[in-house]
Design a protein around this ligand. Structure first.
Ligand SMILES: [Ca+2]
Ligand SMILES: [Ca+2]
Ligand SMILES: [Ca+2]
Length: 175
């Protein structure tokens, strides 16, 4: 079952992964994504953190290929089908989202401050306004930090909720 709303939402995330915007995700798109994270967060090449980011992104790529038709590119339809698959969401998408959270948690205190979150979102191509809006939605208890639990819940909502007002659906901004 899928709704047009969910397909729109996943299509927006597809654009994020398709870094060269040629309409398919290749390994080179994800390499470029890892690279842009490292630049944004000033992670020097060949450090343990750099290795971790590279490994997680490679893992995402191999899993995506497994869930798609196994060739060396993932189309928008293949991506949307994967995102609608609860097993993919549980085994691949949520762990990857949590790895991204840990990269963005620059001071490693297990929480995302507004400053950390907005930096990460701008790296993802969002405007400051969009980023602040999604921060406020995901920080459900309004204490000024997004905890790992709040983030995990918002990821789960993002992949499963068809309610445009659900906090998790603020993750990719407006669409
Ligand atoms: Ca591409
Ligand atoms: Ca932090
Ligand atoms: Ca909070």
């Amino acid at each position: 079952m899928s709704s047009q709303y969910q397909e729109h939402k996943f299509a927006k995330l597809f654009e994020y992964f398709d870094t060269d915007q040629d309409g398919v995700i290749n390994q080179s798109d994800l390499d470029a994504l890892a690279q842009s994270w490292c630049v944004e967060f000033s992670v020097p090449p060949r450090t343990p953190e750099w290795q971790q980011i590279t490994d997680r992104v490679n893992e995402l790529w191999h899993k995506l290929v497994e869930y798609a038709d196994g060739d060396d590119q993932v189309t928008r339809d293949e991506w949307v089908a994967a995102a609608l698959n609860p097993q993919f969401v549980h085994d691949v998408a949520i762990p990857f989202g949590m790895a991204a959270f840990d990269v963005g948690d620059r001071d490693h205190d297990g929480k995302m401050s507004a400053e950390e979150a907005v930096a990460g979102q701008i790296a993802g191509g969002h405007s400051v306004e969009e980023s602040q809006r999604s921060f406020a939605a995901i920080d459900t208890d309004g204490d000024g930090f997004i905890t790992r639990d709040e983030y995990r819940r918002s990821l789960e909502e993002f992949y499963t909720s068809e309610d445009p007002e659900a906090a998790g659906n603020a993750l990719v901004g407006r669409f």
